[in-house]
Design a protein around this ligand. Sequence first.
Ligand SMILES: CC(C)(COP(=O)(O)OP(=O)(O)OC[C@H]1O[C@@H](n2cnc3c(N)ncnc32)[C@H](O)[C@@H]1OP(=O)(O)O)[C@@H](O)C(=O)NCCC(=O)NCCS
Length: 166
Amino acid sequence: MTAPKTWTIRHATLADLDALVAIEAECFPADEAASRESLQARLQSYPECFWLLTDDGAIASFINGFATDRPDLTDDMYDDATQHDPHGQWQMIFGVDTAPLYQHHGYASMLMQQVIEDSRERGRKGLVLTCKDRLVGFYERFGYKDEGISESTHGNVIWHQMRLTF
Ligand SMILES: CC(C)(COP(=O)(O)OP(=O)(O)OC[C@H]1O[C@@H](n2cnc3c(N)ncnc32)[C@H](O)[C@@H]1OP(=O)(O)O)[C@@H](O)C(=O)NCCC(=O)NCCS
């Protein structure tokens, strides 16, 4: 007998703020993590561009980012939620987080598949994210192509820009 499915994918509301701040702090060093203020502004501006995977009601994993016609992901975007354009061509991905307790269960992958499907249905041209060297292979599995080193200096780290074009 297979175990019953305990996970669900949904969008966010402001009521999720505390949990998302806590997961972000667990997943990223302080100078890379989005601040509470930034996450709050994002939630107020584009809750439909947050995807949450919950397991037995608890948030296990989340992906967020706004939509824009600008093709490249730049550092000014992270803290400026006003740039969100609901009809933007590109779905930017600012964060992919799975709480440590829930990692290695395929949750980020399931969530990413949903984000890709929804972005396609919303008529976007594709998705753009930046990631560290070690995760290039992870994102390539979904069809993202490595465009090389991004101009981002976020957290004083070298980032690759990756794009999935429909
Ligand atoms: C990266 C992260 C989101 C993955 O979340 P997760 O829910 O554990 O991911 P999944 O279980 O869906 O996928 C992991 C699988 O992807 C594959 N994978 C991981 N890295 C890979 C790589 N570089 N190349 C190819 N495949 C890779 C492996 O099969 C891995 O399986 P394993 O965990 O059993 O080893 C999570 O580790 C995290 O939140 N890290 C901290 C924050 C972070 O770095 N986020 C990404 C910012 S760009």
